[in-house]
Design a protein around this ligand. Structure first.
Ligand code: 3NM
Length: 212
């Protein structure tokens, strides 16, 4: 599977996003339901730190390895290396992708969050392997999220000279609006709460996976 295909149902999660089941069970269920990629995002108030962060990361990493699901770490290159992750996802404030790629010896997938056409184009020249575009819709999960850009930004990025570059939409995506994101030209949808808050993360993941 190439990265464009792996973005199809991109599940993002950390311990604070899990309300009905513990993180391992939540991820195991989501994998069972058909997620295609996982990002470990241990961030925000009450998130795990230091060895607890590494400990949970190792468990989730092992789970992904067992089921051949690519495992990506949010923001932290050192943690990504320690967990032997398949990639790292960076924000606009983090290391430029080319620098990051050098530090991780070129073998990891690099994702970058973008919020404008300009940032998307710069991400490609900076060496990102895929971009996240968001927020697609209003989200309660990320307190410092940008203003909603909507799926139309993805169509604009496609039209601005990036017809094939791997793109995943993120932010406020539910089973009811996900199709709109795919139809705007995204290769995939990235979700936190629609899967992690579900009473059955397996059924939620399955619904996203069979949508398209
Ligand atoms: N990044 P939910 S929005 C992690 O716009 C993240 O870049 C965003 O959570 C961006 O699926 C977001 O629960 C939160 O809305 C996504």
């Amino acid at each position: 599977m190439n990265i464009s295909e792996q973005l199809k149902v991109y599940f993002v999660m950390g311990s604070t996003n899990c309300i009905n089941h513990d993180p391992e069970k939540t991820l195991a269920e989501a994998i069972n339901g058909g997620i295609t990629l996982f990002q470990y995002r241990e961030k925000g108030e009450a998130s795990l730190t230091d060895e607890n962060r590494v400990y949970l990361g190792k468990k989730l990493r092992a789970l992904c390895k067992r089921y051949s699901i690519p495992f990506i770490v949010n923001d932290d290159i050192e943690l990504a290396l320690e967990l032997e992750s398949d990639g790292v996802h960076l924000g606009q404030d983090d290391d430029a992708p080319l620098v990051a790629k050098k530090r991780i010896k070129n073998h990891m997938i690099i994702g970058l969050s973008t919020h404008t056409v300009e940032e998307a184009k710069l991400a490609v020249t900076a060496g990102a392997d895929y971009i996240g575009v968001g927020p697609m819709f209003t989200t309660k999960t990320k307190t410092d999220a940008h203003e909603v850009v909507g799926p139309t930004l993805i169509s604009h990025i496609r039209a601005a000279g990036l017809p094939d570059f791997p793109i995943v939409g993120i932010g406020g995506i539910t089973i009811h609006n996900a199709l709109e994101v795919y139809q705007s030209g995204a290769n995939g949808i990235a979700v936190i709460s629609s899967i992690s808050h579900a009473s059955s993360p397996r059924e939620a993941a399955e619904a996203f996976n069979t949508l398209r």
